[in-house]
Write a protein that binds this ligand. Structure first.
Ligand code: NAD
Ligand code: ZN
Length: 236
């Protein structure tokens, strides 16, 4: 089984989806500006402040029943998790094979020389507009999170493993993603083209809904815990 997850699976843990972040300080900020390579070059302090706050939020919450259900499937199947999320909630729930196609907010590197950063990351319990990023000891470059921004390539390793996981799957479960951001959104399409059944779990319709084998208009934490038991009924 390959699970393909997006922000919706972590929403019930209290991590707001991108669309939810329409209030407060960040409502005034163009989402492109805080999650693109262009935005980072123009205002690294704003981008760093935004990610520090998200880092705090993601550290403060825990996995929910949906993440736990996915981890528990490993008792019954060979499970690979492809996630667009930069949180570590799948790992914290116990999933062993997790591929972060959009990177991770729990690792950092120098934007200039690419070396890993293992220094301190300040806690940011309240959002602020601007914080200067740490500076690389080796080259003086700016430290950034290992997340993939608009305008950047996906990490080769995670992407290759994800494509393999989809190609080798007997079933793909797509959960909590708006299915609009490519190339990641192409993974379920790849499965369908191979004849592999795709089950979508999302309370809202998405561009994938019309082509998915089954669409469950349910929340992740409702649909996933009993999904294996429902499979025979869903797929016949
Ligand atoms: P998204 O916020 O675009 O979509 C979240 C999806 O989850 C929605 O379709 C929603 O209906 C669904 N959802 C909400 N609650 C749910 C629940 N309880 N159970 C199941 N589904 C639920 O997030 P995404 O699809 O992960 O976005 C893909 C990627 O696009 C992200 O990884 C990110 O890199 C990028 N993105 C960035 C921005 C931005 O920077 N402003 C905005 C959107 C997407
Ligand atoms: Zn450096």
């Amino acid at each position: 089984m390959t699970v393909f997850s997006g922000a919706g699976i972590s929403a019930e843990s209290g991590v707001p989806t991108f669309r939810d972040v329409e209030t407060g300080l960040w409502a005034k900020v163009d989402p492109y500006e805080i999650s693109s390579a262009d935005g980072w070059r123009a205002h690294p302090d704003r981008v760093w402040a935004w990610y520090l706050w998200r880092h705090h939020m993601m550290s403060a919450v825990g996995p929910n029943n949906a993440h736990r259900a996915v981890a528990a499937w490993e008792d019954y199947a060979d499970v690979h998790v492809v996630t667009q999320n930069v949180d570590n909630l799948h790992e914290r729930a116990g999933s062993r094979r997790v591929y972060h196609v959009h990177g991770s907010l729990f690792d950092f590197h120098c934007d200039t020389c690419r070396s890993a950063y293992r220094g301190p990351v300040p806690d940011m319990p309240e959002p602020v507009e601007s914080v200067d990023p740490p500076v690389c000891e080796a080259c003086g470059g700016l430290i950034r999170p290992d997340v993939v921004w608009f305008g950047e390539a996906l990490p080769d390793d995670a992407w290759e493993r994800s494509v393999e996981a989809v190609a080798g799957a007997d079933l793909v479960v797509v959960v909590g993603t708006s299915s609009v951001v490519y190339p990641a959104a192409g993974l379920p399409e790849m499965a369908l083209a191979n004849g592999t059944p795709v089950i979508e779990v999302n309370p809202e319709p998405t561009p994938l809904s019309s082509s998915a084998t089954v669409t469950l208009r349910e929340k992740a934490s409702t649909a996933l815990p009993g999904l294996l038991q429902r499979l025979p009924a869903l797929l016949t």
